[in-house]
Write a protein that binds this ligand. Sequence first.
Ligand SMILES: NC(=O)c1ccc[n+]([C@@H]2O[C@H](COP(=O)([O-])OP(=O)(O)OC[C@H]3O[C@@H](n4cnc5c(N)ncnc54)[C@H](OP(=O)(O)O)[C@@H]3O)[C@@H](O)[C@H]2O)c1
Length: 402
Amino acid sequence: MASVRLLVYNGLFHLSKPSVGRHSSKSRRLFSSSSRCMTVMPAWVIDKYGSNDALRFTKNASFPVINYPNEVIVKVFAAGLNPMDVSMRGGYGAATLSRKRDPLNIKQSGSEFPLILGRDVSGVIMECGLDVKYFRESDEVWAAIPPWKQGSLAEFVVLSANEVSHKPRSLTHTEAAAIPYVATTAWSALVNTGGLSKDNCTKKRILILGGSGGVGTFAIQMLKAWGAHVTVTCTQNAEHFVRGLGADHVVDYTAGPVEEPLTTLEKFDLILDNVGGDTERWALTLLKPWSGAKYITLITPFLQNMDRLGIADGMMQTAATVATKALKNLARGVHYRWGFFAPSGPALDEIREMVDAGQIRAVVEETFKFSQVPQAFNKLEKGHARGKTVVEISKGGDDCAL
Ligand SMILES: NC(=O)c1ccc[n+]([C@@H]2O[C@H](COP(=O)([O-])OP(=O)(O)OC[C@H]3O[C@@H](n4cnc5c(N)ncnc54)[C@H](OP(=O)(O)O)[C@@H]3O)[C@@H](O)[C@H]2O)c1
């Protein structure tokens, strides 16, 4: 154990740049950390999977270290929460995420604890690995944190530099923390899987099932900025809200079977499904057949299969399920796809430009103080999201110390 620890600390010393030059005094002021000698830091952790009772505040969470020369340590100013955090708190995806953290399966089960949740971060670069060229200490940055990494409900987080991007100048840290995870998910689904771009979206008809939550509110704005025609399903009381973000047509899913009014509309080029359940039964019939139209769902059994069946059988089951569905729908002239979150600094760079150009705004539904993390989780669990839940961790001083 001692040698492992030594290795880690060696990594810290040799893989990161020393804090010298014109940034150092500013850095010292900004990073007057509440952590003692930077070996520990305040964080909300879980030591086991469970309900909100599993959340524990500690001032002694391990301080993150730079293990690879392309990593950066970010001081967290605000953290965004997502439904994924609630699911992970309960153990969702544990099998796959543990394997991703420990590919050789060397560590004992439970080695992921104490686990820090929080998938969005906005903050300031505190330290850069030796190979990091694009960022400097004190740069203001934002990022979406992959679920297999320690999250942002802490004073500091370590990330690969290619997961990080300079924060939009027009947003506060609190606003910025509302965007990265949902934006990189929507980007991965719509751009990488759906093949959409700012150059091919004009007049395309897009349907977003579940438009009033985090992913939906971002996707509406991005697609409208790219010239698409956007139809959205949500409850009636969210109609005004999604129209304010640019939605052209809104269908209330609580007024009866939602597929009925949707069937009367002109067919769609792409459907983004943020709802799942029985939507797959009817949604693909709403696509223009034999025109390359795609249905992309974010609700997939991928992680659940691994949790339930183990990695090998879960992979087989997953491959069989998606292949069967894709082939069945291909025969009907439409494409069936699964969409996934993918961390991406370059995608966030493009999104930053759209934000600073006023094309996308942050939709912060509610903010919580660092001491109120359990309340933030309670809020998320209630559902009915109208944007994002954000935890303000530090406004630049030492206010993380509870
Ligand atoms: N595959 C991936 O990698 C990935 C990544 C990110 C997110 N996701 C998943 O994608 C989903 C959306 O994420 P999110 O962050 O946008 O969640 P969210 O912020 O909780 O939003 C979900 C929204 O859907 C609405 N809704 C619920 N049932 C609906 C229905 N039948 N028809 C239309 N709208 C409905 C909810 O509002 P009301 O309750 O008021 O209707 C809420 O506004 C979540 O299930 C999340 O786990 C998957």
